[in-house]
Design a protein around this ligand. Structure first.
Ligand code: FES
Ligand SMILES: [Fe+2]
Length: 365
């Protein structure tokens, strides 16, 4: 745990939750777009979704349309999804293209972003196709997960999240060979921090998540602590196997949360699953829930766990988020003290304190 993980300057007063404006004010969200979303590593897609030359996936980061594509030399690249002629968006969804062709006036680009041709360009004085290229975005692959960073000067993921990849490989040695088999997504009427905070604390688990705390993990062993860099680490013992909602043979429960908006979970038995979010507006967030198996095998047991989780843990959180967002607009709400227990443990909001610290640091407030 880093040395500033626990508050020391509070003069024995509890630390209070963030003021509601952080969750409801469009100006705060506009500042977060610039200082958080456009400067941090954002999950794009899984490398297995762009396996062949020409495969592409379009996605958004806080309103910016982007895409990842594998070029003819098998290099993964990311670009802003916008034509350099008069700004039509280039691609939609996912698919495979040998060239990228703008639907508006048919300018075409190579998969490395260079302009290939523009109708009638030969008659334009001084038209220099070699000077026109799609705008690239920094890209890294983290244990098979493709991330982008819109800041051209961003530090590598290994500096943002020291040892996170090594630790994930220690939990799941074959993680680089895992592929997604099932993803579902839901729109949430809440600020992205309401969702990310809810995800990163288990103070509510025994109140709300009976299936999870009875059938997956031993709730009284949960600990969620700041890890190295901008990570939160969750761990717990697996529930006793006779109580488990699915059968597994070994390993405990581990999560690596990569600030600000992606988490890789390893359920007992090395069942790999993910959460990631897209912050679409101040109170509009979309959550994605992914499940992966080694080699992408459509393992019936994993699919069954995914369904149980969707109908229990995942579903149980959704009304909480919408309710909290409504409550944050209540004239009667005064931010309450965070439950910071120096002894750690499940009934603890040290992770919330950490997230608030990262938000304030990014926004300079
Ligand atoms: S805007 Fe793309 S070709 Fe004109
Ligand atoms: Fe929850």
């Amino acid at each position: 745990m880093s040395s500033d993980a626990f508050p020391t300057d509070t003069d024995a007063q509890p630390v209070l939750a963030l003021e509601p404006r952080f969750y409801t004010d469009a100006e705060v969200f506009a500042a977060e777009r610039e200082r958080i979303f456009f400067q941090t590593w954002q999950y794009a897609c899984h490398a297995a979704e762009v396996e062949e030359p020409g495969d592409f996936v379009v996605f958004e980061v806080a309103g910016q349309s982007l895409f990842v594509v594998r070029d003819h030399s098998k290099t993964l690249r990311a670009f802003y999804n916008v034509c350099q002629h008069r700004a039509h968006l280039l691609l939609e969804g996912s698919g495979n293209n040998k060239l990228i062709r703008c639907p508006y006036h048919a300018w075409t680009y190579h998969l490395d972003g260079a302009l290939k041709g523009a109708p009638n360009a030969k008659n334009v004085l001084g038209f220099d196709a070699s000077s026109i290229c799609l705008q690239p975005v920094k890209l890294e692959v983290f244990c098979g997960f493709v991330f982008v960073n819109l800041d051209p000067d961003a530090k590598p993921m290994a500096e943002w999240y020291p040892h996170a990849a090594e630790d994930l490989r220690s939990y799941v040695p074959a993680i680089d060979d895992y592929k997604p088999i099932w993803t579902h997504q839901v729109d949430e009427d809440c600020n992205w921090k309401v969702a990310v905070e809810n995800y990163n604390e288990c103070y509510h688990c025994r109140v709300v998540h009976r299936a999870f705390t009875k059938g997956v993990i031993a709730a009284d062993t949960v600990d969620i602590t700041p890890g190295e860099g901008y990570t939160l680490r969750h761990r717990a013992d697996a529930v006793l196997s006779e109580n488990a909602s699915y059968s597994f043979t070994d390993t405990d429960y581990h999560v690596i949360f990569l600030w600000p908006i992606m988490a890789i979970q390893v359920y007992p038995g090395r069942v790999v699953n993910t959460y990631w979010w897209r912050a679409n507006d101040v109170s509009k967030t979309r959550v994605f829930r992914g499940w992966l198996t080694e080699g992408g095998e459509r393992d019936p047991a994993t699919l069954e766990i995914a369904e149980i989780d969707r109908d229990t843990t995942f579903a149980e959180d959704l009304p909480l988020l919408n309710s909290v967002q409504r409550g944050l607009s209540s004239r009667g709400y005064r931010p309450g003290p965070l439950v910071l227990d120096p002894n750690g443990g499940v009934d603890n909001e040290l992770s919330i304190y950490t997230i608030h610290r990262w938000v304030r640091e990014a926004l300079g407030v």
